[in-house]
Design a protein around this ligand. Structure first.
Ligand code: MN
Length: 222
């Protein structure tokens, strides 16, 4: 390959790759899904028909569901509201979504990752041990205080624990309208992977695997 062509190819790859890694660029200002078509389902957002712009109102761009969000705490002391276009159709095609989480004193958001988004976590109140692990298993973690922000890079495992003596509130935003989430405990022990494999992978006995399985029954953790 001539050197010039090789350089062109390299530049193409370097410029092109980040583009492939994000939500598609919108081709219009906004695309509020038309609830009259396709039941308003937004999981396959790129093919959803938009409302006619003359029918779009300010209210399509305002989400009020966090105001009266009543915390429904998990066993680990976490209550989270994830807001994507399913709840807030105005987000559709904008490449963003967000979440609000409440953590009880001592409560944790177990290790998890978002396959399609980097997360920015703004600690609204409280004191939280917050961190992530990179692909070389290096941990970046410390206690953050109200007003501080931490970023968790896309696809990396991260976690939070309320280490203060009051409830904590976190606002998180994602650079994908459908960030996705995989919580490691449920992904591993609540998903039906063959027990023998899990025993070998973790050095656990069948009894211990059974205990983890019952604890992480997908019906109670999703
Ligand atoms: Mn997260």
């Amino acid at each position: 390959m001539p050197p010039k062509m090789a350089i062109c190819l390299l530049v193409f790859l370097l410029v092109g790759l980040p583009t492939f890694a994000a939500d598609p660029d919108p081709v219009q200002d906004y695309c509020v899904p038309n609830p009259k078509v396709g039941n308003g389902r937004t999981t396959r957002s790129s093919v959803l028909p938009c409302k006619n712009s003359s029918e779009v109102t300010t209210d399509d761009f305002v989400f009020s569901g966090m105001k009266n969000f009543t915390a429904n705490f998990s066993e680990t002391g976490l209550a989270a509201l994830s807001v994507n276009p399913t709840l807030f159709p105005g987000l559709n095609t904008l490449g963003m979504s967000f979440m609000k989480a409440e953590l009880r004193v001592g409560g944790i958001n177990p290790p998890h990752f978002h396959p399609r988004a980097t997360e920015i976590a703004y600690l609204v109140r409280g004191s939280v041990y917050s961190g992530f692990v990179d692909s070389a298993n290096r941990v970046f973690a410390r206690v953050i205080e109200a007003g501080e922000v931490m970023v968790y890079p896309r696809g990396l495992v991260h976690f939070q624990m309320n280490v203060g003596d009051k409830p904590a509130t976190i606002f998180g935003s994602f650079n994908s309208q459908n960030a996705g989430v995989q919580k490691l405990p449920a992904t591993i022990f609540g998903s039906g992977i063959n027990s023998e494999l899990l025993e070998k992978a973790f050095g656990l006995s069948p009894k211990q695997i059974g205990h983890m399985r019952r604890k992480l029954d997908p019906k109670t953790t999703r």
